[in-house]
Design a protein around this ligand. Structure first.
Ligand SMILES: Cc1cc2nc3c(=O)[nH]c(=O)nc-3n(C[C@H](O)[C@H](O)[C@H](O)COP(=O)(O)OP(=O)(O)OC[C@H]3O[C@@H](n4cnc5c(N)ncnc54)[C@H](O)[C@@H]3O)c2cc1C
Length: 389
């Protein structure tokens, strides 16, 4: 198997690298864009402008909508280089989820209203899907939307809504026909988070971070022109996406970088590792290193399918499952290596407490975007042809 670039891929990779060398502000490497703090806003604006000039805010979107219309392999190489250079994306959920949905199913008016604001970053989006009783079984959601003249009136609750506290708008699934089979009575709404009747309450995770929230709706009035697709057909709209980047190459590169940082520390500080743990830690890093290679190969498998015009299915679940569990094993090995420091999240700890932080923070990885159990079910049924549980 030859993983080297073809001549044209090498040219493209060189172009992406050159761009990153010239345009990526060092201060932004490894950062995650939410709402730019005032101090770094000019840098974010400059970075966004550089990306936008090439359609790279949304590289997977067609060029007519402000994307770059890249082929799967071009996207893969771009994502690989961005991950290697720890270059941040700026589009958030607007680029990843809503934009592709609008392009596929939105009206011209909806596209004109929202797409430019996703690309220029003036509107940040959050995703109102999960509810207290409906996560893995999302189609059982209970938030109700009832027609009232030209509007719908929404009542109910969402949970785990990432960045709802800073988002400007929400794309949201609500039940419009409680008597229909569960997938057929759901509608896809868009609304401004400042609409009267919306309350956002923070949920602080066990690492002390505030990323997600509970969101409550009390008689929230949404005009029917803010529905994407047809009433009661929202489930099918919600599962639409044009984003071809499913290889999770960025994640496997991220895993490798974390393992590499730990290996550097281990080599330089071997005397600080408890003698009783030393051999176990040494061998665990060997396992993590092998697993990182496996994660990369799983990502390569997906892109090779896409490049051949096939649509990965359970293969994406394998990559997601393997890499997210690897992230957690890596955090565990890192925390063990640190001994008692592995329990302390503090700038003064070795590696600034990175491993202790990751040990609690990365629990999220095997939940978000479909839990490990759900991925295993997909692999069991679609991949292995096993009967349902
Ligand atoms: C970091 C993070 C960010 C998130 N951001 C958002 C967001 O922005 N918007 C949003 O709408 N949601 C968001 N979520 C929610 C996420 O989609 C749900 O947490 C996820 O779908 C799981 O649903 P749940 O938490 O209700 O767990 P449940 O579905 O209640 O599952 C509980 C446990 O039961 C297991 N289980 C459930 N069903 C089965 C089954 N059929 N077979 C075997 N085991 C099963 C699960 O694997 C899990 O271990 C986020 C979650 C996280 C962790």
């Amino acid at each position: 198997m030859d993983f080297r670039d073809t001549a044209s891929q090498a040219v493209w990779r060189g172009e992406v690298r050159q761009f990153l060398k010239q345009e990526l502000p060092q201060e932004l490497t490894g950062q995650f864009f939410t709402r730019a703090p005032q101090a770094t806003k000019p840098l974010w604006d400059k970075w966004r402008g550089a990306l936008a000039s090439r359609g790279w805010v949304a590289p997977a979107w067609p060029a007519e909508y402000g994307g770059a219309g890249l082929s799967p392999m071009e996207q893969f190489i771009l994502n690989e280089e961005f991950a290697e250079h720890r270059a941040p994306n700026v589009g958030g959920l607007g680029v990843m989820m809503l934009g592709p949905t609008l392009i596929a199913a939105g009206t011209e008016e909806q596209k004109r209203q929202h797409i430019p604001r996703i690309l220029d970053g003036s509107v940040q989006w959050c995703q109102g899907y999960s509810e207290p009783g409906s996560g893995s079984d999302l189609a059982s959601l209970q938030t109700r939307a009832v027609r009232d003249g030209d509007d719908f009136v929404i009542n109910g609750q969402k949970i785990w809504t990432s960045l709802a506290h800073i988002a400007d708008w929400m794309f949201c699934l609500a039940r419009t026909d409680p008597d229909a089979p569960k997938h057929r009575g759901i509608t896809y709404f868009l609304f401004d988070m400042k609409t009267p009747g919306i309350t956002v309450r923070p949920l602080v995770n066990m690492a002390g971070g505030h990323d997600f929230n509970e969101v409550f709706f009390e008689d929230v009035r949404v005009p029917s022109k803010n529905i994407i697709g047809e009433v009661n057909r929202g489930w099918y709209v919600g599962t639409t996406t044009l984003d071809f980047e499913r290889s999770s190459i960025g994640n496997s590169i991220g895993s490798r970088q974390v393992v590499e940082r730990n290996l550097v520390w281990f080599r330089e500080h071997r005397a600080e590792v408890a003698p009783t743990d030393y051999e176990a830690v040494r061998l665990q890093w060997v396992d993590r290193w092998i697993e990182v290679q496996a994660a990369t190969l799983l990502a390569y498998r997906i892109i090779s399918m896409q490049a051949a015009g096939q649509i990965p299915n359970y293969e994406s679940s394998i990559a997601k499952l393997f890499n997210t569990e690897l992230i957690q094993r890596t955090a565990k090995t890192g925390a063990k290596m640190m001994g008692l420091w592995g329990d302390i999240i503090d700038e003064r700890a070795p590696m600034k407490g990175m491993n202790a932080y990751r040990y609690v923070d990365q629990v999220r990885e095997t939940l978000a975007g479909g839990t490990s159990e759900i991925q295993r079910n997909i692999i069991a049924t679609r991949g292995l042809g096993l009967p349902r549980a």
